[in-house]
Design a protein around this ligand. Structure first.
Ligand code: FES
Ligand code: FES
Length: 165
């Protein structure tokens, strides 16, 4: 099949590639960019395992063709920690609050939670639950995921407060 040139920025890196028009973004990320953090669960937009951030929006990358991401800025879970390896408060929170068991949903949860906290820096537990309602976890019962996101929200809000003082 004829391939189409695409350009996009992934985790701050300019990427140029040739893709088949039928290639889904999740396959492009995993198989061609070797960014295997985003997982494939259902490929029908139900589970959220494939969640990435695309131009400031949470997107299930199994619902987007790679060609549709032309010119976009994408962040995957690989782009979440700082360049020196310091974990993002969300990653720290998931570890500290036992927000994962098998870990299959975790990259998608992290990406969704990051955007959720940008949209609403101090969400209630109910708003956290609503905010992650597009991401399924089959292990944890969500309780500790909510605690992990709350941990990160508190840490981010405290550092902002300290920076302002
Ligand atoms: S793999 Fe994309 S939503 Fe399940
Ligand atoms: S930790 Fe196993 S699916 Fe969420």
């Amino acid at each position: 099949m004829a391939k189409t040139p695409v350009k996009m920025k992934i985790n701050g890196r300019e990427v140029e590639a040739l893709v088949e028009p039928r290639t889904l973004l999740i396959h492009f990320l995993r198989e061609e960019q070797l960014l295997t953090g985003a997982h494939i669960g259902c490929e029908t937009s139900h589970c959220g395992a494939c969640t990435v951030d695309l131009d400031g929006k949470t997107v299930k990358s199994c619902t987007v063709f790679a060609v549709q991401a032309e010119g976009s800025e994408i962040t995957t879970v690989e782009g979440m920690a700082a360049a020196d390896g310091t974990l993002h408060p969300l990653q720290e929170g998931f570890a500290a609050m036992h927000g994962l068991q098998c870990g299959f949903c975790t990259p998608g949860m992290l990406m969704r939670a990051q955007r959720l906290l940008q949209e609403n820096p101090n969400p209630s537990d109910e708003e956290i639950r609503m905010g992650i309602s597009g991401n399924i976890c089959r292990c944890t019962g969500y309780q500790n995921i909510v605690k992990a996101i709350r941990y990160a929200a508190d840490k981010l809000n405290n550092s902002e407060r300290e920076a302002a003082e």
